[in-house]
Design a protein around this ligand. Sequence first.
Ligand code: FES
Ligand code: FES
Length: 166
Amino acid sequence: MPKIHVSLHVNGKPVDKLVEPRTLLIHLLRDELRLTGPHIGCETSHCGACTVDIDGKSVKSCTVFAAQVNGGDIKTIEGIAAADGTLHPLQEAFREHHGLQCGFCTPGMITRAYRLLQENPNPTEAEIRMGIAGNLCRCTGYQNIVKAIKSAAEVMAGGEAREAAE
Ligand code: FES
Ligand code: FES
């Protein structure tokens, strides 16, 4: 099967690869680019462990072929922290509020929460629960995940208010 050329931006860096037409995005990320933050839980679009951000939308990367996102701008959990390594408020909040146990769901959960807070910077608890409905966690019972996302939203809103006042 002839390979297809795909050209993407991943976490701000240009990537050019030859892939088989059947290559899923999650496999390109993990196997070729060694971005192993996005996890494979089900490969059937149920668990959300593979969630990444593509052109401003949360996408389960096991559900798309790499060739379909040619030209796309992709962010994975590896691109959520600042370039100097400073954790994103969501990452800090998950740590502070114990929003993880085994951590398997966490990269997808935080990447989804990152987009959720772009879509809705001040979500209610119900909106957070609805917003992460596509991401399953078998450990935490979700309470601390919701608390962490709420707390990160407040920290981010505080930062924006400070920037506006300066
Ligand atoms: S591995 Fe993609 S949704 Fe489960
Ligand atoms: S922390 Fe274990 S699956 Fe979510």
